[in-house]
Design a protein around this ligand. Sequence first.
Ligand code: AP5
Ligand code: MG
Length: 215
Amino acid sequence: MKVVLLGPPGAGKGTQAARIAEYLDVPSVASGDLFRDHQKRDTELGRLARSYMQRGVLVPDEVTISMVTEWIETEAGTGGFLLDGFPRTLGQAEALDGALSNTDGLDRVLYIRVSNDELVRRLTGRLVCRGCGATFHRVSNPPPAHGACEDCGGELYEREDDRPEAVGKRLEVYFSETAPLIDYYREAGILREVDGEQSIDEVGRVLIGEIGSGS
Ligand code: AP5
Ligand code: MG
């Protein structure tokens, strides 16, 4: 299956991606993680992406589209995949449709809905593992008492774009650039909307249920 996770910053896309990909037995990728990996390796693309990400604005479509479609070609091939955080503009959605035009297209877009106050609360308390990318939250999903990643023992850090100024900008950009995709995919008949303000396990259970729900 070819599935997209859609939702505002802090909705829980990354938190749910691993379990959904495991359930579907498909490779998954977060466009934000691809950019962060380029930054870590200090590539030209990483330096370019950082100049946008730091400010909480989107990286331009042309670079983002080629990076993700390349990932689909090399990592997913003709099998299924799970995309977290791509597409995020109408231009990216149309490019993805184009890249999948010789397949039967996307099967599902899972939209995780969360209120603004809760998003701010989640982003400002988030901790991310440098080793495996697992996410934790200081209050709602605390890491083990020793302060390292529960999965791989890696060091936990706060993302640069989780500073309050960047969080505000990311939410604004989400509403102007990405929220229109909700209607785009609803009209295509593949959108499934899930209440993201339940426990992490419950959100995961409902998302998996929606993947198989009637077309
Ligand atoms: P990206 O890394 O994708 O960030 P984002 O969309 O802003 O989303 P987040 O990763 O912040 O949130 P999430 O939904 O994954 O939430 P999480 O699971 O971590 O993108 C970063 C930047 O890269 C963008 O701003 C842009 O510049 C660039 N970029 C990326 N893709 C792009 C694209 N396609 N085009 C252009 N530019 C692009 O959860 C958040 C917190 O909440 C965690 O602490 C977690 O533990 C907690 N939590 C999760 N679920 C629950 C729950 N049910 N209850 C309580 N707490 C919960
Ligand atoms: Mg994420």
